[in-house]
Design a protein around this ligand. Structure first.
Ligand code: NAP
Length: 281
C-alpha cells in the first residue's frame, strides 16, 4: 500500500484507509474480520466517530484492533455539540475507553457546529500535551471555516480536513482541496464509493471504470479510489465490512492511472460548476 505524508505529520499514512460508518448494522464477526484484513493489507488508517452507532462502532473497532494497536492509525471524531473545552476532554476519554486504547492518532471535529473553535482547539492541544491524541483535524470544513480554523490554530497544526468526495461529487476539487494543499493540510475523501451508490457494471459509467480496471487487473471500485487519490494531498477512507471487499479496494493502492485514463474518468464523471454550499452527508 502506497504511504504518503499526512499533511504536517511526520508519520506516513496509507492512501487507502478504512471507514466504519454504519458498521453496527453489519454482521459483527464479518466486520471484525474485515478490519483484520484491512490491517493485514496495510489499510491501517481506520476512521470512526463517537456518533457511529452511538458508540457501538467505536466498541466494535476497539475489539477488532485489540492486539494490533501499534499497527493502526486510529482516527475518531467528536460531535460538535460536545466540543466545548470540558466536553471535548470528556468525549475523548469516552472514545478512548470504547476503543480500548490510551491514545488516538487523529481526533477530528466532525463538522463545524456552534461552539467557539478556539475552545475546541484549546482542548485538542491539552489532549495532545497529555498524549491522549497525537494530532487533530477538521471534517466537513468549507473554505471560510478552514481559514477561521487556521487563524485560531496557526499554520502547520491542523492535520487534515475530511470531506465528501467521490466520482459523482467532486466539488471539493474546486476550492477546498487546493486550500488544504496551500496550507499543508491532508485532504481525506469520505464516502469515496458513493456510500454504496456505485455505478454498476453494465451502465456506461460503470463500464468505463471496469474497462480501465481490466487493463490493470483490478475492479472499477479500485480504479475510482486510485483516481480520487491521484493528487499527493489526497487520502480515501472507503468503508467495507467484508474481507473480500477489503481485498478488492486494497488493490487501489497498487495501481497508477495514466494521464489518458484520468482524462477518460474526468469525461465520464465531470466536475461540474462550483456549488454555493459545500456538499456533506
Ligand atoms: P463508501 O465507502 O463510499 O461506500 C461503502 C459501501 O461500499 C458499503 O456498502 C460497502 O459494502 C460497499 N463496498 C465496499 N467495497 C466494496 C466492494 N469491493 N464491492 C462491493 N461493494 C463494496 O461509504 P461511506 O461509509 O459513506 O464512507 C466511507 C467512510 O467515510 C465512512 O465509513 C466513515 O468512516 C467516513 N465518513 C465520514 C463522514 C464525515 O462526516 N466525516 C461522513 C460519511 C462517511 P460492505 O459494507 O458490505 O462491505
Amino acid at each position: 500500500m502506497d504511504l504518503r505524508q499526512f499533511g504536517p505529520l511526520e508519520r506516513k499514512v496509507p492512501v487507502v484507509g478504512l471507514g466504519t460508518w454504519q458498521m453496527e448494522t453489519n454482521d459483527r464477526e464479518s466486520a471484525i474480520l474485515a478490519i483484520h484484513r484491512a490491517i493485514d493489507r496495510g489499510l491501517v488508517h481506520i476512521d470512526t466517530a463517537e456518533i457511529y452507532g452511538r458508540g457501538a462502532v467505536e466498541e466494535l473497532v476497539g475489539e477488532a484492533i485489540a492486539g494490533y494497536r501499534g499497527d493502526v492509525f486510529l482516527s475518531s471524531k467528536i460531535h460538535p455539540d460536545h466540543a466545548t473545552y470540558a466536553g471535548t476532554l470528556l468525549s475523548c476519554e469516552k472514545s478512548l475507553r470504547r476503543l480500548r486504547t490510551d491514545r488516538l492518532d487523529l481526533y477530528l471535529l466532525h463538522w463545524r457546529g456552534t461552539q467557539p473553535l478556539e475552545e475546541t482547539f484549546r482542548a485538542f492541544e491539552e489532549l495532545k500535551k497529555e498524549g491522549k491524541i497525537l494530532a487533530w483535524g477538521l471534517s466537513n470544513f468549507d473554505v471560510a471555516d478552514i481559514e477561521h480554523a487556521i487563524d485560531a490554530a496557526g499554520e502547520g497544526v491542523i492535520a487534515c480536513n475530511q470531506v465528501l468526495y467521490n466520482l459523482s461529487e467532486r466539488d471539493a476539487e474546486h476550492v477546498v482541496q487546493p486550500v488544504c494543499e496551500r496550507h499543508n493540510i491532508a485532504f481525506v475523501g469520505y464516502s469515496p464509493l458513493g456510500s454504496g451508490q456505485f455505478p454498476s457494471v453494465g451502465s456506461w459509467r460503470g463500464d468505463v471504470l471496469s474497462g480501465i480496471g481490466a487493463a490493470h487487473g483490478v475492479s472499477g471500485r479500485a480504479v475510482a479510489l486510485a483516481f480520487l487519490a491521484r493528487r499527493p494531498s489526497a487520502f480515501v477512507i472507503p468503508k467495507a465490512a467484508r474481507a473480500d471487499h477489503v481485498d478488492d479496494i486494497a488493490r487501489a493502492g497498487d495501481i497508477v492511472l495514466s494521464r489518458a485514463e484520468v482524462d477518460t474518468i474526468i469525461s465520464a464523471f465531470p466536475l461540474g460548476p462550483p456549488k454555493s454550499k459545500m456538499p456533506f452527508v
